[in-house]
Structure formats: C-alpha cells, structure tokens
Design a binder for this molecule. Structure first.
Ligand SMILES: CC(=O)SCCNC(=O)CCNC(=O)[C@H](O)C(C)(C)COP(=O)(O)OP(=O)(O)OC[C@H]1O[C@@H](n2cnc3c(N)ncnc32)[C@H](O)[C@@H]1OP(=O)(O)O
Length: 424
C-alpha cells in the first residue's frame, strides 16, 4: 500500500516528507525505532535489543516523517506503525481490525498538525482495506477522541491482601507445575490463543511481545533472574494456564514479601481457580499485585473477605474507532433481540449515516432514528463493556423513541466483560 497522498501533500506543505519505511532496510528502520523510543522518552535501544525489535515488528506498515533541514535528516521527526489483526468480539467471534501504534512526533515538531495527518492517513488506510474498525492503546486519554476513538475496554490493577483472602472458590481439578521459563515460552502460545478467543477485547499477540514478557529478550535480563514460571495442567494433563511472577522482598520482615504477577493467562475457569488459589497461598507473602486485568474478575467472589481484593486503578485501555458500521456490528453476537434505527454522526465521515440495527443484521435506512450517537459512543459500547444506558444518562446518546436505549443496552451488553491483557 502506498503512502497516503492527502497526508503526504499536507505534510509536504510544511516542508517535510511523509514516507513508508522499508523495514528490510535495517539502517533506516533502526533510526525509525530510535525515533519511536525517543518520542516515548525511553532509553536508546542497544544494538541487540534494536535487532530484536526490528525482527519482531518488520511486518508492520511503518511510516515516518522526515525533516531534511534538521541536524539529523535521517532520523524521523514522526513515527507510526500499523497492522491488521484479529480482535475478539462478543459471541467468541473475531473480526479484523487495524491496530495503530508508535505514534510519536518529535518535541521539536509538535503541535503543527503532524499527528493529525498520521492518524487520518491510518484511518484511510484501514478503510481502503475494508477493515471495519481501528484500535489502539493510548499514552494520554485526551488525544484520540477527536479522531472518533473511544475507550471500549476498561482495565484494573488488583492489590490483594493474601492474609485476608482465603480461597473459597471451587477446588481445581488439575495441578500446578513449576516449569523452566524457556520451556513455558514454547508452550504458552497455544494457551494464550485459547484464552484470547474467550475474551472480547483481546487481540492476536505477537512472538516478540511474549519474548519481552517472559524476559527472553535482551532488554529485560534482570527480570529473567527473578521470574518464576508455573503452568496449570487440567485433570487430563492438558496445559490450560500459566503465570509469571516475581517477588519484592520486605526489608523489615522476610515473611512479608509482595508477589508481582507479570502475566496470568487461563483458558478455562478451572485453570483460573488453579492459578489464583496457588498465587493466593504463596508462603512468606502477604500481598499479591496483579496489573492489567478485567474490571470484572471472578476472584472477587472466590475469597473469604471481599475487601481483601482491591482494584487500585480502573482506567481506559483498548480504544476503538468504528469505520464500517454494518461490518462491525454484524461481526458480533447480541445478548437480546434488537431492532432500532440509529443515527451515527462522524466528523471524519467514515461511519456517518442512519442504520437499522437488528440482532440479525444491519443496513442503511431512511426511517426516522430511534436514537442518535456519535461514532465515539458507538465505539465505546461496541464490545459490550460500556453501558449504552450510562452514556444516555451522561447525555452522550440521544433517545427519540422510548425504550430504545434500554433495548440497545440489553442487546450490546457482553456477559464477559471485555478485557485486553497487553499494551500495543
Ligand atoms: C497509539 C499510540 O501510539 S499512543 C502514543 C501517543 N504518543 C505519545 O504520547 C508520545 C509523546 N507525544 C507525541 O509524540 C505528540 O505530542 C503527539 C503524537 C501526542 C501529538 O503530536 P502533534 O503532532 O503535536 O499533534 P497535532 O499537532 O497533530 O495535534 C492534533 C490534535 O491533537 C491535539 N493534541 C495533540 N497532542 C495532544 C495531547 N497530548 N493532549 C491533548 N490533545 C493533544 C492537538 O491540540 C490537535 O487538536 P485539533 O486538531 O483538534 O486542534
């Protein structure tokens, strides 16, 4: 796919060049990576770590803006990359979405409209490929609403007082094994894949991300010294989950370690019970920290004291931008019958229109609308974790026909709260 002509022309008017980066050109791609890291205020990549990133993300569409008049003309002044990837939606279906990442503009070139051109180019690229939506995880929650994105998946960190949290959940049928990290790295993809398909909001992850998570890559060698890896096998001996965790010692009391979970992936409820009960019962440990989890974790209901499980930070995580209303809405299942006409507004035009939305299909219509909402609200409710009723009460969905918001809420609600366990 070519560079977006509209954004390239807009950027050329600023005396800059907007180009696709050939990721086979390791020198050029290497500078792009350093610019990306600089944009996020990260340390410079070492040659070894850079080589892993380049190999691990070379399949992405990689774009850059160059300023030939700068002191380092080979170093991009803006970066973005993107790729098509499956997203799990309610009903254990997946649809292809356009993942957008590494959006940076150098601090020497900020607030000149460069990011707007990058984002609009990405949305047009997704639309040109007939992808029904775009998605991203964000550094700041103030940037992407103007491009039609909204948080569709919330996340929470959990702090658990393990002295108070006695396990009261079901007795697991299988058992937990310690396994070498390198071995688990090989076994994990099959478990991750099964877990992904059960949870709306999860995307297909990629090997380099897991190398980093497991501490196999060169950028996190300290972690690999500390990490403990366990696998849960069900009663038949099939691996159904795993956890990676480290300990933080308490200098004053060796009996009060904190266990920090880096990754906890379970493909079945039985594995969930097996690994959570294991982690809650670690000796010499009084606190368990588990970040980036669902806002609706069963663990709350599996311990003796409800207050022992505290969510410390509930926040936005996966942001969605609907581009094709019919394809996106037809891609998921609904929890109740639905037949409403919605008017969707969209400043950028992609999704604007009037649609009859039923649990069986979606099509354009000229019938008068039962409710009106912008593409942002449609993205927010799409995965069924944000309530249409709450958005209507917040004044963000306008109801014209009594009962239509209730119907939308009942149909869109996902029985499993959407959740995304990674950043991208
Ligand atoms: C998916 C991801 O990659 S998330 C990561 C985003 N990147 C970062 O956080 C890295 C550090 N920040 C940056 O690199 C830059 O400041 C960026 C990418 C956030 C913005 O780049 P810029 O080129 O300065 O943005 P640009 O001038 O195109 O602004 C576009 C619009 O966003 C607004 N905007 C830009 N940055 C911000 C911000 N941090 N907070 C709120 N609004 C912002 C601008 O006011 C402008 O609004 P308007 O067009 O509606 O008038």
């Amino acid at each position: 796919m070519e560079i977006d002509a509209t954004s390239a022309a807009n950027i050329a008017e600023k005396g800059l060049r907007f180009e696709l980066v050939d990721t086979a050109d390791t020198e050029k791609f290497g500078l792009w990576l350093q610019a990306d890291g600089r944009g996020f205020h990260s340390p410079r990549f070492t040659p070894e770590t850079a080589a892993e990133y380049l190999a691990g993300t070379a399949d992405r569409r990689t774009s850059a803006v160059y300023d030939d008049s700068s002191a380092e003309p080979g170093m991009p002044v803006a970066t973005v990359n993107s790729w098509a990837t499956p997203l799990t939606v309610p009903g254990e279906h997946t649809i292809e979405g356009w993942a957008i990442s590494s959006v940076t503009v150098a601090s020497t070139h900020r607030r000149k409209g460069i990011a707007r051109n990058l984002l609009e180019a990405e949305l047009r690229a997704a639309k040109a490929q007939n992808l029904p939506l775009a998605m991203l995880t964000v550094s700041e929650s103030t940037i992407y609403g103007r491009f039609g994105f909204a948080p569709s998946t919330l996340t929470a960190d959990y702090d658990i007082d393990t002295r108070k949290a006695k396990w009261t959940g079901p007795t697991p049928g299988g058992r937990v094994h310690f396994v070498p990290v390198e071995q688990l790295r090989e076994e994990a993809p099959a478990i991750i894949e099964r877990a992904r398909l059960k949870t709306p909001g999860e995307i297909l992850t990629w090997p380099h991300l897991w190398d980093r998570t497991f501490g196999i890559s060169t950028d996190d060698k300290d972690f690999v010294k500390k990490v403990r890896a366990v696998r849960y096998d069900d009663a038949d001996g099939t691996p159904q989950g795993f956890a990676l965790y480290t300990f933080m010692e308490n200098d004053h009391d060796f009996g009060k370690h904190t266990a920090e979970v880096r990754s906890l992936v379970t493909a079945t409820d039985d594995a969930y019970a097996g690994l959570w009960s294991y982690l809650l019962e670690l000796d010499l440990t009084t606190k368990l920290r588990v970040p980036l989890r669902s806002v609706d974790e069963p663990i709350r209901w599996q311990v003796s004291d409800f207050r022992a499980v505290r969510s410390t930070d509930v926040r936005d995580h996966l942001w969605l931008r609907i581009l094709d209303v019919e394809a996106a809405l037809e891609g998921r299942e609904y929890s109740a019958p639905l037949d409403v006409v919605i008017e969707v507004t969209d400043e950028l035009g992609f999704a604007a229109g009037r649609y009859r939305v039923t649990h069986e299909g979606v099509h354009g219509t000229s019938d008068s609308p039962d409710l009106e909402l912008s593409v942002n609200e449609l993205g927010a409710i799409y995965l069924g974790g944000v309530s249409a009723l709450t958005l209507a009460r917040a004044g963000r969905i306008q109801q014209h026909t009594a009962g239509s918001v209730d119907a939308l809420e009942r149909a869109f609600h996902s029985p499993i709260a959407p959740s995304l366990s990674v950043w991208f």
